[in-house]
Structure formats: C-alpha cells, structure tokens
Design a binder for this molecule. Structure first.
Ligand SMILES: Nc1nc2c(ncn2[C@@H]2O[C@H](COP(=O)(O)OP(=O)(O)OP(=O)(O)O)[C@@H](O)[C@H]2O)c(=O)[nH]1
Ligand SMILES: [Mg+2]
Length: 424
C-alpha cells in the first residue's frame, strides 16, 4: 500500500461565493493547518485564524476546524480552512498548504480515503457523487438513503449469505458424502434458489434507479398539427419549440429536461407522424418513430387508438380541449387546463415503472445492478449436485463481494472516483 501523503484541495465550487473551504487530510494535516493559520484548535473544535503564506503575508482571516482521526470524513486527521470565496483567496491558501507540505488531492481522493479507511463502503461512496449530481429532490432523497447505508445493508446481507453457502459447500466437497446429513444437497440448492430470488428483488429496484439517474424519456408523438410543440412549450413554461398552423412544422426532435413530480424527465417534441414526400420531413418522422419506440412514456396526441407497438407506453392526451373535448386526458396548451393532471399522470406512471410506493427506498446503481445480475445468473437453475452448487455459490459470492467492495482493485476505484470532483 502506498504511503499516505497529506492531501489538500478547495472543496467548494470555483468562482464567486461568500465562503470557500480548503480541506486538508492526512498525517500532517494539523501541522499544515498550523503553518498556515498559526495555531490549531483542539479536535472537534474551531478557531478564528489569520491565514498567511510562508513569508508571513496575510492572505485572509477566517475559521479553522480540526477533526482528529478516526472521527472525520476521511478517517484521517482533517483540517478545514474556511476563507472568503472567489478566484484568488482559496487558491492562495491552497498554495500555502502546498508550501507547508501537502500535495493536491486527486479527484474523489478524500472520499476514496474514507472508503479505504472503512468509514464508508463502495455503495455509500457512489451515493456521495449521486447526491452532488442530483437534479431533483427525489434523486437527492434516493442518494441520501444510499448514503445512510440502505443499499449496503441489503447487498451486504446477500454477500454474507453467498459467502456462507460457498464455504459450507466447499467444506462438504472435502468430506465423504456418507458423513453429510440427509438431504444436504437438496437443502443447498433450495438455499441457492432463495438467495437468487432475493438478488432478483434487489434488482427490481434498479429500474427506479435508472429513471432517477438518467431521467425518464417522455416523448410527444402524434399526427402533424396535433399541438405537440404547443404542449411541449406549455409544460416547459417557455417558447422553446416553433408552433404554427402549418402541418409539418417540427422536423428535428427537440429535447429539454424538467422535473415532473420529483422525477427527472427528458421531454422530447417530435415531427408529426405522416407519409411525406419531403426527405427532410420523412427523416424527422423516422426519428420520431424511433424515439417513441424507446420512450418510457409516449404522450400520444393522435386520438384513442395509438399505434399498437407504442400502446404499452402510451398516455392518451386529448389536446386543444378548449375547442373540443375527447377521450383521455383533456389538456389545453392555450388555457393551461389539464396541465397539472397531465403532470400527475406522468409522475404516477413513472412511480409504477419504478415499481415502488411513496416510501422511497434506495435503489442500486448501474454498477451494482450489473454485479447483482451477475450473481443472479450464476445462481440460475443449479441442480442438486455438490460440485455445481459450490461453483455457483462461489461465483455469486465473488460478484457480490465486488459489489460491496469486499474485493476491489485499483481499476475499480479509479473508475468510480474519477467521476468525482477535486476536493470531494
Ligand atoms: N385552441 C388551441 N389551439 C392550439 C392548442 N395547441 C396548439 N394549438 C394550435 O394548433 C396548431 C398546431 O400546433 P403545434 O403545437 O405547432 O402542433 P404540432 O403537433 O407540433 O405540429 P407539427 O410540428 O406540425 O407536427 C397551432 O396553430 C397552434 O396554435 C390549444 O391548446 N388550443
Ligand atoms: Mg411541432
């Protein structure tokens, strides 16, 4: 293992801001802080301080906080120097920390150390970046539940069961079959099947995770002049798409992000569906069809009978209800009638897709989903044969071990922590 150096970085976002924080972590964190601030408060305390460079020049007056190992974010000694924000001061204080012996932290290195020091596991580390990246309240709540260890507890329990099954079976392979209790192999297969069912349960939650992290694809589709672009604009509350009474106005699809009932949504306006001799328009129609086919929800503005292949994803919307009413959700882009109902219907459909109720629980990430499904497939259809059962249990334990971070490699850590910013 590499010698742990003392690292430092500006932890707050760059640019103008009232306060910035320079974070220092490692064996010399307090010595570095003392060199810059002239003094250090006791652990868990703060002190007002004048921050100076190595020549004694005043850089700022601020606050210094010290957290002693292991009771800190990283599990090491940590000092936080709070100064005024902006582009100059935090940088000068950071430079003073370098002069006092710290080096610049890599992306995510503080959180990586928290993981390596056993403060958090991989799932919790991942949720830190998800919390920082969250675009909607629901995504933030989800990340927070993961950070609180909800997903970790579920996955760790699965891992421990797989490990125990694996070692029981390995052991059974070493003894005479006559010495094993009756029905041993059958019981082992049942246990493996039960473990597989619980992996499937955890996986079922992953769909909600995908929607939260990538956003749900919601596509406006229907014939020309149905009012798709008008509805797009009404939902966005801005004149994003061109609206006109000429059929075939929209050619290229137009995508915008918005928050609907806490779900991050990618709303797409498309070309009106019709046969057209114009090659540009028919390319638009092709794109519209492809988008609708891959949508989580299609808002269909073309009457009661949407194309069969879209039916499962369709919400039927009767537009222009200020002129005439019809089947489905009655909505008017002109008067705003029915827009709230439409948003509620979209959110309810996404709740259903995510397979969860209002009492939100944390969802596995893409990385966790892949490893859960690896464990799930390893446990598929295992016959009551000891060697095969032992192999299956071992493969499942390996995948789940990688999931919880019981087994990890430099590559895994680099892939995960490179998504972080410097200072986190
Ligand atoms: N009265 C009324 N007119 C509407 C409403 N929504 C759209 N329109 C009108 O219907 C016409 C077509 O609207 P668009 O939003 O451009 O329709 P579109 O489905 O995007 O049409 P294409 O892009 O050609 O496929 C325009 O003249 C709009 O002003 C509505 O809610 N009420
Ligand atoms: Mg349009």
């Amino acid at each position: 293992m590499e010698e742990r150096q003392t690292i430092a970085a500006v932890a707050t976002a760059p640019g103008r801001g009232g306060v910035a924080i320079v974070r220092v972590s490692g064996p010399d964190a307090f010595a570095v802080a003392k060199a810059v601030a002239g003094r250090t408060p006791g652990p868990g305390r703060f002190a007002f301080a004048s921050f100076r460079n190595s020549d004694g020049k005043l850089l700022d007056r601020g606050v210094l906080l010290c957290f002693a190992a292991p009771h800190s974010y990283t599990g090491e000694d940590v000092a936080e120097l709070q100064c005024h924000g902006g582009s100059v001061t935090p940088r000068r204080i950071l430079d003073a920390c370098f002069a006092a012996g710290a080096r610049l932290a890599r992306r995510g290195e503080f959180t990586e150390r928290a993981f390596l020091n056993g403060r958090i596991d991989l799932s919790e580390a991942e949720s830190v970046i998800e919390l920082v990246d969250a675009q909607t309240q629901r995504a933030a709540d989800d990340a927070l539940a993961r950070l609180g260890g909800e997903t970790s507890r579920i996955c760790r329990a699965l891992y421990e069961r797989a490990l125990e099954l694996s070692s029981t079976l390995e052991h059974a392979l070493d003894v005479d079959e006559g010495e094993l209790p009756g029905g041993f192999a059958e019981k082992a297969t049942d246990d493996l099947a039960a473990l597989r069912a619980d992996c499937a349960k955890a996986l079922a939650k992953a769909e909600g995770g995908r929607l939260l992290r990538e956003g749900a694809l919601v596509v406006l589709a229907g014939p020309p002049n149905a009012g798709k672009s008008s509805l797009m604009n009404a939902l966005l509350g801005s004149n994003r798409a061109i609206v006109s009474s000429t059929p075939g106005t929209t050619r290229d699809s137009i995508e915008e992000s918005l928050d609907i009932g806490g779900w991050p949504v990618r709303l797409v306006d498309t070309a009106g569906l019709r046969d057209s001799a114009d090659p540009v328009e028919s390319e638009g129609v092709n794109r519209a069809e492809a988008l609708a086919a891959s949508a989580d929800i299609v808002l269909w503005l073309g009457g009661e009978t949407p194309p069969e292949e879209l039916a499962a994803a369709t919400l039927i919307v009767h537009s222009k209800c200020d002129i005439a009413r019809g089947a489905g959700l009655n909505v008017s882009a002109k008067t705003g009638e029915g827009l709230d109902d439409l948003e509620n219907a979209i959110a309810a459909r996404l709740d259903k897709l995510a397979g969860r109720s209002a009492d939100s629980s944390a969802t596995p990430s893409a990385r966790e989903r892949a490893l859960l499904s690896e464990a799930h497939s390893a446990l598929a259809g295992v016959p009551p044969d000891m060697v095969l059962a032992a192999n299956a249990a071992r493969s499942a334990a390996t995948a789940l071990g990688r999931l919880v971070g019981a087994e990890y490699s430099r590559d895994i850590l680099d892939a995960l922590f490179s998504r972080f910013c410097v200072g986190k």
